[in-house]
Design a protein around this ligand. Structure first.
Ligand SMILES: O=C[C@H](O)[C@H](O)[C@H](O)COP(=O)(O)O
Length: 149
């Protein structure tokens, strides 16, 4: 697993807390900012992470903004990126097991640290089930091709 994480200003605090927990647990990652809480545009950070996952430089990405919505909208524009906005651990497990999601989006203004950490842990620990879900993921790829992504 190769993990990359970023946020905007509205997700900065939660990102910092998650990054501290990842380090504590010995999980390696690259944190690509931002480094100050100055207001920034979430698409700029979503693009960096999504491009890195789309190009195969990272296997998993995490994006945090105020709601997680803007980040997920941008991330899902990238071919090969399956971004899931999760507010519960169950959603994170399903996003991995059924959808083979490779980018997790979180909202700092929506979930607290405890819930966010349980979501992230589930996201990182749950394997894709394959089987009947594989052909559905293949159809997502077909949809990307149809739309010129
Ligand atoms: O989907 C967008 C995100 O939630 C942004 O983090 C949010 O829109 C930023 O809002 P503001 O500029 O008011 O902090």
């Amino acid at each position: 697993m190769k993990l990359i994480i970023a946020s905007d200003h509205a997700g900065l605090e939660l990102r910092r807390e998650l990054v501290a927990l990842l380090s504590e647990k010995g999980i390696t990652f690259d944190d690509v900012g931002p480094t100050t809480n100055a207001s920034v545009d979430y698409p700029d950070f979503a693009k960096n992470v999504s491009r890195a996952v789309a190009e195969g430089r990272y296997t998993h990405g995490v994006l945090v903004c105020g709601t997680g919505i803007g980040m997920s909208i941008v991330a899902n524009k990238y071919r090969g990126v399956r971004a899931a906005l999760c507010t519960t651990e169950f959603e994170a497990r399903m996003a991995r097991a059924h959808n083979d999601a490779n980018v997790l989006c979180l909202g700092q203004r929506v979930v607290g640290l405890g819930v966010a950490w349980s979501i992230l842990e589930a996201f990182l620990a749950t394997p894709f089930e394959g089987g009947r879900h594989q052909k559905r993921v293949d159809k997502i790829r077909e949809a990307e091709s149809e739309n010129g992504r």
